[in-house]
Ligand binder design. Structure first.
Ligand SMILES: Nc1ncnc2c1ncn2[C@@H]1O[C@H](COP(=O)(O)OP(=O)(O)OP(=O)(O)O)[C@@H](O)[C@H]1O
Ligand SMILES: [Mg+2]
Length: 255
């Protein structure tokens, strides 16, 4: 049997969008949470699945720490913030407890997050992946049908190799790439001057070689960190920002 034979749709969920990268700390969770919030602001029905089982971010990004998840008909009811339905391992375990699991349990957890949650009718289920090209992404691709993937990176050439790995992973899984998001791409000083925080890698060549049509830049924005600490998605309070516009463009690419 081919492992991908297990793929099945989630009833009621129209599109599943994976947000991944080869590298850690580049902004996957920031992009996922803001994109989900933006799509909800635009009137879409949206869910956000935090697939980072070992290091969940969604509870703190949405200011809802450990909660007692309620069950209905033996399925979990997702929490809801800013119109986005949320599910995360962080809702099920105590905050300072590490998850120490082997592959099969990880496999089971992802399966339950897909099939044993009352997602209801959703236009988009955004999946915030853990860093790397490992078990979680593969499990997800085997268990369900991913409509599109977004690959997040930072500008430095060091990230290029990791982006390539992520692109190749999604290609092997037959998941089309909606866009590469270059996060922390430049910083505007208070005097209006712009500054590159990292030495720029040659992304043009990468885009050409992998036939990627959409490249979206998000600047380094100190308020992103501050709003994250406060548990409020950044775009809620910054409708004129470049980041808001970047999220709008990204939203259009997955429509
Ligand atoms: N554009 C930005 N400007 C300023 N800070 C940012 C930006 N994007 C992300 N950050 C900050 O960088 C840190 C890492 O971001 P985030 O958690 O989204 O990355 P990640 O790729 O999900 O990390 P992990 O691999 O650990 O899951 C966070 O503290 C976040 O607030
Ligand atoms: Mg993350």
């Amino acid at each position: 049997m081919n492992a991908f034979d297990q793929q099945k749709e989630i009833p009621g969920v129209k599109n599943i969008i994976a947000v991944g990268s080869g590298k850690g700390g580049v902004g996957k969770s920031t992009v996922s949470s803001n994109l989900a919030t933006l799509l909800s602001l635009k009137g879409y029905k949206v869910g956000l699945l935090d697939a980072d089982i070992y290091g969940p971010s969604v509870p703190s990004l949405f200011g809802c720490h450990q909660q007692d998840i309620e069950l209905k008909d033996e399925k979990m009811i997702p929490l809801e913030r800013y119109g986005v339905k949320l599910m995360s391992m962080g809702f099920l375990i105590e905050e300072d407890q590490p998850v120490i699991w082997r592959g099969p349990m990880l496999f089971k957890a992802i399966d339950q997050f897909l099939n044993d949650v009352h997602w209801g009718e959703l236009d988009y289920l955004i999946v915030d992946l853990p860093p790397g090209t490992g078990d979680v992404a593969l499990t997800l691709a085997q268990k369900t049908i991913l409509s599109k993937a977004i690959v997040v990176t930072t500008p430095q050439s060091l990230s290029l190799a990791e982006v390539k790995k992520a692109l190749m992973m999604f290609k092997k899984m037959d998941v089309p790439i909606a866009a590469i998001v270059q996060n922390m791409s430049g910083f505007t000083l208070p005097n209006g001057e712009s500054l590159n925080l990292f030495p720029e890698g040659n992304f043009n060549e990468l885009l050409e070689n992998y036939d990627i049509k959409n490249f979206i830049k998000i600047p380094f924005e100190p308020s992103i960190g501050k709003t994250a600490e406060a548990g409020i998605p950044y775009i809620k309070s910054s409708k004129d920002s470049e980041t808001f516009k970047a999220m709008e463009s990204l939203g259009e690419l997955i429509l």
